[in-house]
Design a protein around this ligand. Structure first.
Ligand SMILES: [Zn+2]
Length: 268
């Protein structure tokens, strides 16, 4: 059954809302993801994951939204003002509520700390003043049990793309990354473990299946329980997981990159 909002006619949307008023809202951005991956990766990834979760839990998936804040300073990257991104998200939530949706799941495949915090604050505010529940989080939050804490065009994102969009990967460019260390990869706009040696479609499938199962379970539970506190608990867990883990990641990155921080990646 069709579950993409933009492909559905009014009668189909009304029927879907009547059966299961869940809206899936995938966010990403346009951003350099190395030479081996497409710039739209974050939104394409979030959209495909939402489609799979919706097939399990029901509901309608909005089109991929590329309007995000922050991002790397590598070419082909767009960084919108935070105020614009948040206004866009909040307005989207208000329209969905007006049309009868009552559980909104916002999945951001682009996850600078500012975007995670503001999306969660936006979802909390919306939940507080509406007869609806909105939650927001990055996809890796749903797969932390297998050690996925997010990366950028490295082992995890490349694996996920190998599983979801193998046709969009340039294998030749990927294999060229094999000779770099993690700090060398940094200057190629690839942040994390080496994708040339560590990524695989099997790992991508494992991560995606887990994310989809956990998202579908949460959405199903929220739509039955209508428990607003569950949204708050989710956001607290998500922030604790993100920052708890990122303290270590930040320290590790600082150690690796501090001798090279003055170098400029614009030669890419
Ligand atoms: Zn990404």
């Amino acid at each position: 059954m069709e579950n993409r909002f933009e492909y559905m006619r009014p009668g189909e949307l009304k029927e879907c809302v009547g059966q299961n008023p869940i809206a899936w809202i995938p966010y990403g951005t346009l951003e350099w993801h190395g030479r081996h991956l497409p710039t739209g990766l974050d939104a394409l990834k979030a959209h495909k994951i939402c489609l799979k979760a919706s097939e399990k839990a029901g509901g309608v998936v909005l089109p991929p939204n590329f309007n995000s804040m922050k991002g790397t300073f590598f070419p082909w990257t767009f960084r919108y003002p935070a105020s614009l991104t948040i206004r866009n998200l909040y307005t989207t939530l208000e329209f969905l509520h007006r049309y009868g949706f009552r559980v909104m799941i916002i999945l951001t495949g682009h996850y600078p700390a500012e975007q995670i915090i503001l999306f969660e604050a936006c979802a909390q505010l919306f939940t507080a003043v509406h007869d609806s529940i909105a939650i927001a989080g990055p996809e890796f939050f749903f797969a932390s049990e297998i050690g996925y804490f997010g990366d950028h065009a490295a082992k995890w994102e490349t694996s996920i793309m190998m599983h979801l969009f193998p046709e969009l990967i340039d294998g030749e460019e990927l294999s060229k990354l094999g000779r770099f260390t993690e700090s060398g990869l940094f200057f190629k706009g690839v942040f994390g473990e080496n994708p040339a040696t560590e990524a695989s479609p099997e790992l991508g499938k494992k991560a995606v299946d887990l994310i989809v199962d956990n998202m579908a379970e949460l959405a199903g539970r929220l739509s039955i329980e209508k428990n607003k506190k569950a949204a708050l608990d989710f956001h607290i867990d998500c922030l604790r997981g993100y920052f708890g883990n990122n303290t270590e990641t930040a320290k590790r990155y600082l150690r690796i990159f501090s001798p090279n921080l003055s170098r400029n990646p614009t030669h890419l």
